[in-house]
Design a protein around this ligand. Sequence first.
Ligand code: NAP
Length: 503
Amino acid sequence: MGVSDKSYKMLIDGKWVESGSGATVEVLDPSKGRPIERVPSATIDDVRSAIDAAKSSFNSGVWSRAPPAERANALLRVASLLEADAQHFADLETLNAGKTIKQTTTYDLPYTVDNIRYIAGMARRLDGDAMAEYVPGGTSAIRREPIGVVGVITPWNYPLMMVVWRAFPALATGNSVVIKPASYTPLTTIRLGSLLLKSGIPDGVFNIVTGPGSLVGEELAKNNGVDMIAFTGSTEVGARLSELASPTTKKVSLELGGKAPFIVLADADLEASAQGAVVGGLVNNGQDCANSTRYYVEGSVLEKFQKALVEKLQSVKVGDPLDPSSDMGPLISAQHRERVLGFIKKGQEEGGSLVMGGRTPKIAGHEGGFFLEPTLIYTENHDSTIIKDEIFGPVFSVFKISSLDEAIQRGNDVIYGLGASVWTKDITKAMKAVRDLRFGTVWVNDHVPVPSEMPWAGYKQSGHGASLSRFSLDEYTYIKHVYFDLTGAVRKSWHYSVFGQKD
Ligand code: NAP
């Protein structure tokens, strides 16, 4: 069984299927604003079939009770298949999500393969306390067991990678999954489905259902057959999913929005921090939950830093994402670009001055694309929307600070807590920032790297739970305490506290 480039279907119980209604949704190339594909738009019954398939595969034990090595080896086969097909996946991700081919080829694909290999290895090494006699006469042990059916809902900014971050630790620990990819970017998720089938993962363990979040995502959250939701996306939708999941008290793991501060102290290497700012702000076309977005710069170096940043931003090449020389492609959609342009307007209305950018360039051969220039606004209004809200576009807000303490206080003064960076040569200041910034990741003199071995986790309204690292596997398991009596006695030494008297 396979899926050709011209036939993107849903994967339910090991079979490629159309929607029960025959309805489809259009998928666009954001660099041209033109349709490239159609995928099924699921009915509620389609979603329920996928949940049923996942549930019966889980209950059969064929995957959930397979030895960890068997599951690990199957995931390692997926990693090898993905590696062998990496260029095709990179091209498809670039075409569908508008990410530059440079990024998908040299970062997204190799990193995603590494993520899978790490997760597969960790399937064989789950954490738990040592089996021991914590009560005299009784041995206690921990079992980690899969939760059951996990509904995985992913965003459009890292379509393939987010499926791996959420579904693969679930699979590694024996769960069955139903994945709902973002409607803008379902293509690489569907193609990944064909690799899972080839890898020998049993039918029903990995299902893909396409269609609107308001139907497919909401049914996953509400349905009693789903035991857990693993969601990556906006804080707003994360809150809605928690609400929908509450009547069934299912576990909800949320990885949500971000608004990373980037703190430049007076002693920082300004060349390095300006370079890091461009990369931190523009990675993934400025549509990354970790993007540096708020630049807190000490007054004495503000002018120099901003000048260096503007110079570098002016040399960023915005263009066809399939051209290897492009640094930045389009935003994901016309609506999203309108939203980002709205922030740029609001930032100025709220007192900010536009230092550069704000225009929508026309790229030859890509006139319908959703391009936007890197944009820099200087503001002294810390209540401004551009400082407080997640923009999710290539917009840099620069703000003057007079001390590290002020930078930390302002850096923390948002609802988000995903990533933050501090730029300084002073180890004491760096360590203070590391301690006091309320973010799941704090970088010192860099911004963006997250190795597979380290957790990616949010504080505050950036969510909870973790992707990557050993902690990601904990997310998808129940902990069972098992107690073995070693005395063989009818009357145990402690029974008197309930029944009878102490001997
Ligand atoms: P989004 O609008 O929240 O959508 C995410 C997913 O949820 C999509 O599959 C979407 O389906 C679905 N959805 C929408 N409404 C739903 C509903 N009422 N019920 C159930 N599902 C629903 O987010 P996005 O715009 O795709 O992605 C950008 C956001 O993701 C940003 O906030 C970014 O910071 C965040 N993000 C966070 C991380 C992290 O690790 N913390 C990583 C990547 C992205 P449709 O596509 O069909 O609407």
